[in-house]
Design a protein around this ligand. Structure first.
Ligand code: OOG
Ligand code: NI
Length: 265
């Protein structure tokens, strides 16, 4: 991998494991001592101009990534795009953004007050991608957002970071199926996201996915420290297209359910 890509993913990983300590256990369980190859990493944001999807994407475009697919999640009020790099070892990137204008006036006001706290220079540096929440937020506001959009609440608490890494099952030595991966995870005590079934997708759509339910970690809200869902690990098995190349995209119906991995259990 290019040095600058490797460096960025190193920072993203270091930041992610601080709030997702079970990721170490995932690697030990599935890697069998070999390094894990990540299929993709995902980011979330609000669609306000200062911090929108394109602001995050710019840092990946600068590293040679190219925009590929576009996705829409009407009920969750989200849009997303995915990006790929020519280097097959460089994880794909999935970036979603919340359509803030579709929320209630009180929720919009909270989100605007958070984004107003972001200094302009911050979004121009690659470190923006692992800056965490560059604002102060109260637990009361977190709960107001949670009642309307779990995604909005998660963003308010956790901000800019890899929301999940994704094990490429295709690149594992010891596992060939997503069912075998899920069984190993459950044996080790992991709780999987079961929304719509533990396996999302099938060979027909050329992508099967599963995910853990997010770890829990402490957030210092302005009115106290609370323990809330943080980040999760995803598992993806890709199937070859007619041309023999593994399907490189995402599947809206499956992604819609993966978003729910940060729900409280
Ligand atoms: C992204 C959910 C979608 C996938 O691989 O389909 C996704 C998120 O939870 O932010 O990661
Ligand atoms: Ni994902």
């Amino acid at each position: 991998m290019q040095k600058d890509i490797e460096t960025l993913f190193g920072h993203l990983w270091d930041n992610y494991i601080k709030v997702t300590p079970s990721a170490h256990k995932v690697h030990a369980l599935l890697g069998g001592g070999e390094p894990i190859v990540n299929d993709h990493v995902a980011f979330r944001t609000f669609n306000l101009p200062k911090v929108g999807l394109e602001k995050l994407a710019a840092h990946f475009l600068a590293l040679g990534y190219e925009e590929k697919g576009q996705y829409e999640f009407k009920a969750k009020k989200l849009k997303a795009k995915h990006f790929e790099h020519k280097d097959p070892d460089a994880p794909k990137v999935f970036i979603s953004e919340l359509k803030v204008e579709e929320l209630s006036a009180p929720a919009q006001a909270i989100i605007q007050s958070l984004v107003d706290q972001v200094p302009d220079y911050l979004t121009d540096a690659p470190a923006f991608l692992y800056a965490g929440a560059p604002w102060r937020v109260s637990y009361a506001d977190y709960q107001t957002l949670l009642a309307e959009s779990e995604y909005a609440a998660w963003m308010a608490a956790w901000g800019y970071r890899a929301n999940h890494f994704t094990v490429s099952i295709n690149r594992l030595r010891d596992f060939d199926t997503i069912e075998a991966v899920n069984a190993a995870l459950k044996n080790a005590g992991f709780v999987l996201n079961s929304v719509g079934g533990e396996v999302k997708g099938d060979p027909e759509v050329m992508l099967e996915q599963s995910s853990t339910m997010a770890d829990k970690a402490d957030v210092a809200f302005t009115d106290g420290v609370k323990t809330i869902p943080s980040c999760f690990y995803e598992f993806a098995l890709r199937y070859p297209q007619a041309d023999g190349i593994l399907y490189p995209g995402f599947v809206e119906a499956s992604a819609d359910k993966i978003f729910e991995s940060t729900n409280a259990m």
